[in-house]
Design a protein around this ligand. Structure first.
Ligand SMILES: Cc1cc2nc3c(=O)[nH]c(=O)nc-3n(C[C@H](O)[C@H](O)[C@H](O)COP(=O)(O)O)c2cc1C
Length: 213
């Protein structure tokens, strides 16, 4: 595959993965890193990317995924979780990272830090999870594209119980809250009828989608 366009044309929401075929650690790391490299507002990245390889650990999540087996029977399950501690300490940590990463003097990112802090503390605090979720979905988009470019199938879900995921994966104590998940693996060689049908893209006609003014 030479382009994201080709990769996205090839991919589809895979229902049946070949559970014997595992995605390599290198590919899993690259998919997560694509999520890490995606841009976010202020560059603040108020989320984390978790991957689960262990089949037993995934199996425990089946009920909390409303029995949807494709999120459990695959190679790996990615869980994207937003930070619940979007606060002064988190923003300060980011400002210091800018300084050390770019070789700036200590405190040189303070004006930027104050600006971010002012913006974030002035927002209704109950709007922060929705804002963080938007940033996490940007990462998700990059991860879908990276997986597809590597010939790796995926299936995203919002249909699961976020609180149960947080509980079972111990995310609450890490100040994280699950917002979306993505199964990855390789499509089964003999796709189910349902899978064959879902491989056919249903999209808004491009001249309707792309409004040229
Ligand atoms: C944010 C998001 C949430 C989704 N949630 C579910 C889900 O809970 N269960 C499911 O079977 N598919 C889910 N899907 C898969 C979509 O139904 C599927 O991607 C869509 O119909 C387009 O088909 P395609 O991916 O084959 O192009 C989800 C996809 C996205 C992007």
């Amino acid at each position: 595959m030479h382009s994201i366009h080709d990769a996205l044309t090839w991919r589809f929401a895979t229902h049946a993965f070949d559970t014997a075929k595992k995605v390599s650690d290198t590919d899993i790391d690259a998919i997560a890193e694509a999520g890490n490299l995606m841009p976010t507002a202020y560059g603040l990245q108020p989320f984390r990317i978790i991957s689960i390889a262990d089949d037993a650990k995934k199996a425990k999540l089946l009920e909390a995924t409303y029995g949807q087996t494709h999120y459990v029977e695959n190679s790996h399950l990615f869980v994207l979780a937003i930070r619940t501690d979007i606060d002064a300490a988190m923003i300060s940590e980011y400002a210091r990272r800018i300084e050390t990463t770019r070789g700036f003097s200590e405190g040189s990112a303070s004006a930027f830090e104050d600006m971010m802090l002012g913006d974030i503390t002035n927002r209704p605090q109950d709007s922060l999870p929705a804002w963080a979720t938007k940033q996490a979905y940007l990462a998700l988009g990059g991860m879908i594209a990276e997986a597809s470019l590597r010939g790796i199938d995926s299936h995203v879900a919002e249909g699961f119980m976020p609180d149960a995921y947080d509980e079972m994966l111990g995310l609450r104590e890490k100040n994280l809250h699950t917002v979306v998940i993505m199964a990855v693996g390789y499509r089964a060689a003999s796709p189910l009828d349902e899978q064959r049908k879902s491989a056919v893209k249903v999209r808004v006609p491009k001249e309707e989608m792309h409004i040229k003014l």
